[in-house]
Design a binder for this molecule. Sequence first.
Ligand code: HEM
Length: 218
Amino acid sequence: MKPDELTDLRDMNGNRLIIRYTPNERSSHWITAISFVLLALSGLAMFHPAMSWLYALLGGGQWTRILHPFIGCVMFLSFLILGLRFWHHNYLDSGDIQWMMQIQDVLANREEKLPEIGKYNAGQKLLFFTMVTCLILLLASGIVIWRRYFSYYFTIEIIRFAAVVHATAAFVLIVGIVVHVYAAFWIKGAIGAMTRGTVTLGWARKHHPRWFKEIIGK
Ligand code: HEM
């Protein structure tokens, strides 16, 4: 099965289905999502004593310090696959600027008034590049503060600066993912796209009309 392909598959109401995500893309996405949850919770445990009860999640303080950086590498690698596969779908164009100027219509669900959206809308594209930036900053700063293997290559000033960068990037990513998950549940049918891999023709035409036309045109 190829992504962005109209298939002969049908849902239980008889609607024809389009492939939005391949099994490879979906497994990379969910590995990234599970790693993210583990990292956010274990990171918060290390960030402030008020959240130290979260250490229990990974088996206590020592295990959290050992496992957190390795899970970080898993998230970076699985996100790398997503980033490379979806990069070309996330270029901003003039329609995206117009979409952002009409944010009131977006929030009021007046989709018919918006410029035709391709595979992703401007909000998804901006969030995509926010994710890319945060993931790069988290990896780079995470290596500097990974005491066991790398910190002795750096001065204490660089390590302190990296700790601030790490916490800031983590905060931005957590806020971004809260928005991402909210949007995923807000748009009915979006979760199914990332679990089953398919969407109906009606879903594509309503939420991503330009993408829909490209697929029908094929
Ligand atoms: C934690 C729970 C998460 C849920 C429920 C979730 C849900 C979804 C859904 C439903 C889509 C499909 C949207 C569409 O096709 O229009 C999607 C796409 C995507 N997700 Fe997630 N996600 C989660 C976490 C994450 C995390 C942690 C990351 C990365 C750090 C991530 C990165 C992406 C990317 C890159 C896309 C493709 C959108 C694009 O390229 O602009 N997701 N997600």
